[in-house]
Design a protein around this ligand. Structure first.
Ligand code: PXL
Length: 279
């Protein structure tokens, strides 16, 4: 069988496992060729470190896509995450048109906020622009904060009511043609997971909640979801695998390595992921 190919469009945070340093190893381990278009290069991610370097790569995105086109390189799926500037949103939409195979999938993780706050460096109107990228996606994977900001509804901390989550999921499905996977869903203290809505029915997946707030866990979740979907699992099954894998990485890390900004030890759990994916 021909190997599937995904283009991951995220930043490189040189230290502090997240974005491309998470997407590349996880998706590659699932047998999928992972090409990359870096949106920016930072010395570390922006959560918890000060004085990080930031090189914006807005000007490189379309030349990379156009070069691939000249070489007849197209991809089965695009997976976008942290973008380096507001201007990149329109540019990434154009790049997707250039490099995605006909019938290919676009997975948009609107990475920009968590715990009720925008990440450092993003302007207040970034969520309005990010909404435009979500419109074009086949699957979006916002967390609760990102969803609240894009929908302009109040952010609430966990635990949630079913009404709050289901209203959010239905409103999200109105801003995208694709399916919604809302992460960080928690109705009771000991379970955390995601709500999945394909326009017909809302489903839930949950895993045991481990109390910790490590960086990069959203990127681990969506990277794993991409592995499931591209290995022909259903969206619900992929979300369950992603939720379980993320929880398992957090649990292992919490037992051994308490510095939240350094990210989780997902590497040790990759064999477990391969088993979960049935590879
Ligand atoms: O994991 C999300 C993420 C990705 N990239 C950068 C970040 C963050 C979250 O803080 O700062 C640069």
């Amino acid at each position: 069988m021909l190997q599937k190919k995904v283009a991951a469009i995220h930043d490189i945070s040189c230290f502090g496992k997240c974005s491309l340093t998470v997407a590349l190893p996880i998706i590659s381990a699932a047998g999928i060729e992972t090409a990359v278009i870096p949106t920016a290069v930072l010395s570390t991610h922006t959560g918890g470190f000060s004085g990080y370097t930031f090189r914006d790569l807005t000007e490189d995105i379309l030349p990379v896509a156009n070069h691939w086109k000249k070489e007849n390189i197209t991809v089965d799926a695009i997976y976008t995450g942290y973008l380096g500037s507001k201007e990149q949103i329109e540019i990434v939409k154009d790049a997707i048109k250039i490099i995605k195979k006909e019938g290919g999938l676009t997975i948009v993780d609107p990475v920009m906020a968590d715990n009720g706050k925008l990440y450092g460096g993003f302007p207040e109107d970034f969520p309005i622009e990010m909404k435009k990228l979500c419109e074009t996606a086949d699957i979006i994977t916002p967390n609760i904060t990102e969803a609240a900001f894009m929908l302009d509804i109040p952010y609430k901390p966990a635990p949630y009511t079913k009404e709050y989550i289901e209203d959010m999921v239905v409103k999200l499905s109105e801003i995208t043609n694709g399916a919604v996977v809302l992460t960080g869903v928690c109705f009771q203290k000991d379970k955390m997971g995601a709500a999945i809505y394909d326009g017909k029915e809302i489903s839930y997946v949950f895993s045991n909640y481990v109390e910790a707030a490590y960086h990069g866990t959203g990127d681990i979740f969506t990277s794993t979801l991409v592995c499931g979907v591209l290995n022909n699992k259903s969206l619900i099954e992929s979300a369950q695998i992603a939720s379980d894998f993320t929880a398992s990485c957090i649990k292992l890390t919490k037992e051994n390595y308490p510095e939240m900004k350094y990210g989780v030890n997902f590497e040790a759990k990759i064999p477990e992921l391969i088993k979960k994916l049935g590879l």
